[in-house]
Design a protein around this ligand. Structure first.
Ligand SMILES: Cc1cc2nc3c(=O)[nH]c(=O)nc-3n(C[C@H](O)[C@H](O)[C@H](O)COP(=O)(O)OP(=O)(O)OC[C@H]3O[C@@H](n4cnc5c(N)ncnc54)[C@H](O)[C@@H]3O)c2cc1C
Length: 411
């Protein structure tokens, strides 16, 4: 039995960030993962400006180091395509100059990005990274928790467990009591294609809200080397109510939709079409307890409108490290003390998650969505306001007010 003050289960962006922030504080930990890196993770592979900010918080040189990697593509914005086909283009920075500015976002296959983080982990003597350890049993003991792997050969005992083992975390379900609620959970599929035509010259990612696939969305995200990440996402509630076969729907869109039929005419499917869950942060939950904290997808922190979860996993990993330091200093691992973690995470994320929930609900009113997109595609000032809304939360607040839509419709 190995003893560690802090044990982090899962070395994705959430767990790796927690470990790196702990290392920055001079605190050692063991970081366990069932996979051996580099490993794949089903994802849209889009890294937002928030990810870049979190990298900077780990170490100021990391954003520049990421931009030097061959396996990433800088992205300058998002195209939203409304159900009526209006294209609303939202640059991440207004008036950007692709050749000169530092990009605000990237697209990088997770097999590469997560390994980039693991490379940073491997440089830190404070972190004991153990790969290929599939933890199948977590039990309470007098210290806190004991963890045992599938083979029974590896056992760990810890007073503080940071569970960052993703959307299918058994610990989050059984110990923390986080239920998978279909109205707060999304199903997603991802495939890699080569030679999709008509990709944006500045690598804008594309989110298509198609009228015969609402309230779901279809995405095409350009990748290096002529690849594209192509996928669909839809609330699990709708998938089961309408008995939707997501894979069939995705192939139907690619093969029969007039625009995509053309754009995919010479495209080649380069992978299996794989599915995975997205636990949405559209509901506040208790994400810690006696001797543990949940991080990232295990804590259900994915943005309900954009499906973005990497940055929120990294943010929660950072706050888990802050709380862990306090726990060690005060030798207090009680659920009451651990509440400081929940407060910090939701202080940072709740406003944003709540607004995204509203925007997600806008998809129930496709006519309103069409009107907003149609007006914005003809009105530069409005398009810029919406562009700023993605970075400015106060502006985004306006989306909550009916007067915003009334003015828009009748101006
Ligand atoms: C289809 C789809 C598209 C998405 N698109 C985007 C996007 O474009 N941009 C974005 O920001 N987010 C996206 N997301 C969300 C994003 O993938 C997650 O939010 C993110 O991966 C969360 O990171 P994490 O560290 O919490 O968990 P993960 O990245 O899932 O890492 C968990 C780790 O735990 C390990 N693990 C699991 N069980 C065990 C065990 N028993 N023992 C040991 N180790 C274990 C796993 O091997 C894994 O390495 C998407 C998700 C899906 C499903």
């Amino acid at each position: 039995m190995q003893q560690h003050d802090i044990c982090i289960l899962g070395a994705g962006p959430g767990g790796a960030s927690a470990a790196l922030h702990l290392a920055n504080k001079g605190i050692s930990c063991v970081l366990l993962d069932k996979a051996v890196f580099p490993r794949d993770k089903v994802c849209g592979d889009a890294l937002s400006g928030k990810v870049v900010n979190e990298l900077k918080r780990i170490s100021p040189d990391l954003p520049a180091l990421l931009s030097q990697q061959e396996e990433q593509l800088p992205s300058w914005g998002i195209h939203f395509i409304s159900p009526a086909g209006h294209k609303l283009s939202v640059p991440f920075k207004p008036d950007y100059k692709a050749a000169e500015d530092v990009p605000s976002g990237y697209i990088s296959k997770r097999i590469d990005f997560d390994n980039f983080l693991i490379e940073q982990v491997k440089k830190r003597p404070e972190i004991t990274l153990l790969e290929g350890i599939d933890i199948s049993k977590v039990e309470r003991n007098e210290q806190g928790f004991s963890l045992t792997d599938k083979s029974g050969e590896h056992q760990f005992s810890t007073c503080l467990l940071i569970a960052a083992n993703g959307a299918h975390s058994a610990f989050a379900r059984h110990e923390a009591g986080i239920k998978q609620e279909p109205e707060h959970y999304c199903a997603g599929l991802r495939a890699y294609y080569k030679n999709v035509a008509g990709l944006d010259k500045d690598n804008f990612i594309e989110l298509h809200f198609l009228k015969d696939f609402l309230p779901g969305y279809f995405w095409i995200f350009p990748l290096p080397g002529g690849y594209a990440n192509v996928g669909v996402g839809m609330l699990s509630e709708t998938v089961s109510q309408k008995k939707i076969n997501l894979k069939k729907e995705m192939l139907r869109i690619i093969e029969t939709h007039p625009e995509f039929k053309q754009r995919f005419a010479a495209a080649e499917l380069m992978s299996d079409i794989k599915g995975y869950g997205l636990p949405l942060g559209s509901k506040k939950r208790v994400i810690s307890g006696d001797n543990y904290m949940l991080v990232g997808d295990a804590a259900s922190l994915i943005d309900p409108f954009t499906g973005e979860g990497i940055s929120n996993a990294m943010i929660s990993g950072r706050w888990a490290a802050t709380q862990a330091e306090l726990c060690l200093q005060q030798q207090n691992f009680s659920a009451g003390f651990m509440q400081g973690y929940d407060k910090a995470v939701y202080n940072r994320l709740w406003k944003e998650l709540k607004l995204s929930r509203r925007m997600q609900q806008l998809l129930d009113y496709p006519w309103l969505f069409n009107q907003v997109a149609s007006k914005a595609s003809k009105n530069q000032a409005l398009a810029e306001t919406i562009s700023c809304m993605f970075t400015d939360l106060d502006l985004r607040e306006r989306l909550k007010q009916p007067s915003f839509y009334l003015k828009l419709l009748f101006n």
